[in-house]
Design a binder for this molecule. Sequence first.
Ligand SMILES: [Zn+2]
Length: 631
Amino acid sequence: MPHAPYLFMMGVGEFKVVKDVYTRPDGTKMDVNYYVESQWESSAKAIFGETPAMISHFSKLLGVEYPWDKYHQIVARDYVSGAMENTGAVVFGDFVYKTERELLDGNDQSTIAHELFHHWFGDLVTCESWSNLPLNESFANYSQYLWDEYRYGQDEADFQAEVETDGYYQSAQMQGYHNLIWFDYYDKEQMFDGHSYNKGGRILHMLRNHLGDDAFFKGIQLYLTTNKFKPAEFHQLRLAFEEVSGQDLNWFFNQWFLGAGHPVLDVNYETDTINHKISVIVGQKQDLELSPIFRLPVDIAVYDSEGKHVYKMLIDSLNQKHTCGYSGELKSIVFDDQKMLLAKIREEKPSEQYLFEYYNATRYKARKEGLLFGTQGPIVKTQKGQQLILDALNDKFWDIRLIAIEKAVKLKDENVGKANKLIRDLAMNDPNSGVRAAALGYLSNKLENADLSTVCIDRLEKDQSYLVISAALKSLGKIDVELALKKAKTLESEQSSKMISGIAQLYGAHAKEDALTFFENALKGSILQGFDQLGVLNSLTFFNVRQEPATIQKTFELYKYMNEAGGYYTKMFMSQNVAYLISMFDTKMAELDEEIAAHEKNNNAAYADGARRKKKEFNALKELFSTLPTE
Ligand SMILES: [Zn+2]
């Protein structure tokens, strides 16, 4: 099959091959193998096991059956760029190595979906030039939404979409704005940024919203079948959507693919209570040197005594007004009902409308907005505002419960007790480990010591999530260091990178010399991965700050070993750790100088000698550690 050369790969190493299978609609089978190091053999299916379901879902959604003869995935160490969609032989960095327990705190299905989707967008139809890279990466990015939506529901997909959107804003702020299809980059590497990936994914979501699912996926099918095994430019994508929808889409592609930036909208409402009319007034405030005046079809949801009405509004000039009616009492207006717009929106509406929005809007982003602004200002002191926080603690979606836990500090009087009870229940029973961990953090400032200790110990003994166990250790450490250290000791043998770095944090802050063996085993063992290894090294450095010279000296060999055998990040930040220790030695010696002077002044020769000896020890440490890289 015709194929672009950048998609070839060769992997050499000792791997276990864990076999899985995808069954095509015609009943034929295809190999789906996972190549992992032997100690990960038993976790391979937990990590990659959704792959056959993804191949099936994407094949159906796209109307183009997975086009290649196999789908294998291989994990490599110190891989330079996350993952890579080599046709039928995808490479992942070792960040995907996670045990079943670790997967409870987050999986890498988004990356798995992303690389798989490239097998249609990139591998089957290849971008004609790096300038057209969004034809590969925007689709791969959007596949993450499509998978989340199918597998975990719309709230999860919308939540992750917000994360992607923030990624675009941050990347653009740091590296500048440019057209999505970018012809005058300096280096092709610049194309691999928050525009080609994140922004492109959001643009496809808007296009899907505008065309509707039928036309959107039919258009994609046409694009894929017309251009298969060939390079494509973005015009070919537009032509496919135009062919299927019967619409001219130059306006959409010109502003989003050939334009830069995003809309910045001021949204205000005027209510005419006599004639029962509301006006939606929208101003486009983006920098017109950079961005066009956007054409934005949006839905406005109006909630009144009769229920919900949706009005279509086409924003296509700098200032615009759209008037619509309502019946009885106006309850709330929700701008962009589907919350699909990629835009910075400044909106003015009464707190009561936000409060109503939380309880009645369907999309995650609208409910979140409702919770955040329905509890802002004086309204949070009213029983309605207080009740909103309490109700959000029971929201169906985990991120809203997480925000409600943060908001719970605004509760007063008897509501505090009610919230403590609810959050105690979240800490014990919430299905999401992030919520349980956050609840434990909140409770560490709220519960009586005895009760907090009960909750922490319960989690330490029963919870499977390392995130929760680490949070329980931390909260317990606040009230009973000895007990926390004792509990941590029993967890030292857990084969989890996250758990080990959680224990290291506690030891870094509280442990004595006997924790040295733990640090040695952790850093010389094979469980720590990527950033976690660096985290443990940092914890060792904090640990050393509290130790006597003799103990610190024993850790030198470990630093030396890590400097030679440590992972990429550990080596990169080794000099920072060493420099930190050396400046600590200097501080100690300066303190000892003052001590010596004071002892001499008081004619305490023996004490002065003791301090001099200690200073000498620190000086020896300084010389010893100076043999390691310091910059
Ligand atoms: Zn990609």
